[in-house]
Ligand binder design. Structure first.
Ligand code: SF4
Length: 501
């Protein structure tokens, strides 16, 4: 029986497009891959869209295709996580549902928001080529990413994808590039950890996966192989025994340890099917960790984030990183000010198991790697200046692992005032109401000088009662949940005596 906290997708038989599909077809990963949604007609069959919304999505897809992207790919399974009315999602109390869109819709369907602020954020800022040898990409002393996708391989495409390569129709890694990458990993004895990635490492052919793992297992100084995949989230039926057996068998005689890395952003993705896939991964002796991207309009809310992180832990996925959304062209509306991210993490302290609390970090451009953004109970935010003036403060200095200091590091995108106003107007019309689309951007003048930051609202303040509600805890006294059983020892004694033991 499914645990009650697991999110139940819509019954696919209720969707006209799939009303005659059998369970066997539905649970067949190949059927899912053959029936991905790629166009507005497909979207229209599974969700309610007005004519205007359809035409705006069509316009967006056309534009993205003209840029050489395969703009949309959604597995039927992932599409059933989207509410029939994605503009009025059913969220938890405290999640501000009235002012949000469906979190899976935002992640899967390109909207005109992706075409806005075209001059801000660098296109391909996280491109791998300039730090690569063959298919190996390096930016840390002992770790490399090895790109292995034969094509743009993800099961579903994420609208917030930060890898231009993943969505670029021309991207395909050849066997020779993989061999060069493997050669480099063998040659550099500092490398003890490899991230096998795609697109999606579990969407490549079994032959190629086997080949890559076999070769990696032969490298004596390599100890850890990480497999990056969103298959458990977007195509959980693709986590098959055949696949896991192959990985187990291939690495069995070696001394390598395999970790799976996945990507859950909202608790609506934590379904019975995902829980089964994770159990299977554990069954074959692997652990699975998660990188969540902090996404405005998706999970930049204390209740959402807390629920997502703890449900992850409940199904056996360890929250590992909470990543700041990258300042990439087309993603500007997803970016949450770093101060808000830090505050959210700060409020998780003590209220959530340490095992459910990820490390908050940003990937900086130029090869600096991840910079940790953690606050703590001992942070520097209360040093005598009014916090609300610091919200969305756009400029900071960051220190990278290799001792570089990047001054004037900006987390947010930039726009002129008129560009910003036009963007909000357009998206309000698309969504059908105002107050949902609230991008944080730096308003600049013609010379690029910083004039203001939009939505410079006071940092959200959470009282203990707010947090009890957000976390779903019963309040005991002083607006706090019970934390000391001794305070009710007499009552407990009485109940204990009456209990069967
Ligand atoms: S699964 Fe990962 S690589 Fe693929 S589209 Fe999504 S974020 Fe990009």
């Amino acid at each position: 029986m499914a645990e009650r906290y697991l999110y139940e997708p819509r019954d696919y038989r209720g969707v006209s497009l799939w009303k005659n599909v059998t369970d066997q077809q539905w649970n067949d990963p190949l059927w899912q891959r053959r029936n991905v949604i790629r166009d507005v007609a497909g979207l229209n069959a599974v969700m309610r869209l007005s004519e205007y919304q359809q035409s705006e999505i069509e316009r967006t897809l056309k534009e993205l295709r003209a840029q050489g992207k395969e703009a949309m790919r959604i597995t039927p399974y992932y599409a059933t996580l989207i509410a029939e009315d994605p503009f009025h999602p059913d969220l938890l109390p405290g999640e501000d549902g009235a002012n949000r869109l469906d979190p899976i819709f935002w992640q899967a369907v390109p909207t005109p928001a992706h075409l806005l602020f075209p001059r801000t954020g660098a296109a391909g800022a996280m491109n791998e080529e300039n730090r690569s040898y063959g298919a190996a990409y390096q930016r840390y002393p002992n770790r490399v990413a090895l790109f292995v996708a034969e094509n743009t391989s993800c099961a579903s495409y994420c609208t917030h994808c930060q890898r231009a390569k993943s969505l670029d129709l021309s991207a395909s890694i050849t066997r020779e590039e993989i061999n060069k990458g493997l050669f480099y990993i063998t040659a550099n004895t500092n490398i003890d950890e490899v991230l096998v990635t795609g697109g999606d490492a579990l969407m490549i052919s079994l032959d190629r996966l086997k080949y890559v793992l076999e070769q990696l297992c032969r490298i004596p100084h390599l100890h850890v192989i990480r497999i990056a995949t969103r298959v458990p989230v977007t195509l959980p039926m693709g986590v098959s025994d055949e696949l896991l057996k192959l990985i187990r068998r291939t690495i069995n005689d070696s001394d390598k340890y395999v970790y799976f890395m996945t990507h859950i952003n909202h608790y609506h993705e934590i379904t019975p099917a995902l829980a089964r896939a994770v159990k299977k991964i554990h069954h074959y002796g692997f652990s699975i960790r998660n990188q969540t991207v902090l996404l405005r309009h998706v999970n930049d809310n204390l209740a959402t984030l807390a629920e997502t992180l703890r449900r992850m832990l409940w199904v056996g996925v360890e929250p590992y990183y909470l990543l700041q959304c990258h300042r990439e062209k087309g993603l500007i509306h997803f970016i949450t000010p770093i101060q808000v991210g830090k505050l959210l993490i700060k409020h998780l302290q003590g209220w959530l198991s340490g095992m459910a609390r990820p490390v908050y970090a940003v990937n900086v451009e130029g090869g600096g790697g991840k910079v940790i953004l953690m606050p703590s109970g001992h942070d520097t935010m209360h040093v005598g200046f009014p916090l609300h003036n610091r919200v969305s403060e756009s400029v900071a200095s960051v220190w990278t692992w290799d001792s570089k200091i990047i001054d004037n590091y900006e987390a947010l995108g930039r726009a002129s005032r008129s560009e910003f106003q036009a963007a909000v107007q357009l998206m309000d019309k698309f969504i059908g109401r105002s107050g949902v689309y609230k991008p944080s951007v730096i308003i600049v003048d013609k010379k690029g000088r910083h004039l203001a930051t939009t939505h410079k609202a006071p940092l959200p303040d959470y009282s203990p009662r707010d947090k009890s509600i957000a976390f779903g805890y019963q309040v005991f006294s002083d607006d706090l949940p019970l934390t000391n059983p001794n305070e009710i020892a007499a009552e407990l004694d009485q109940q204990y005596r009456q209990s069967p033991h």
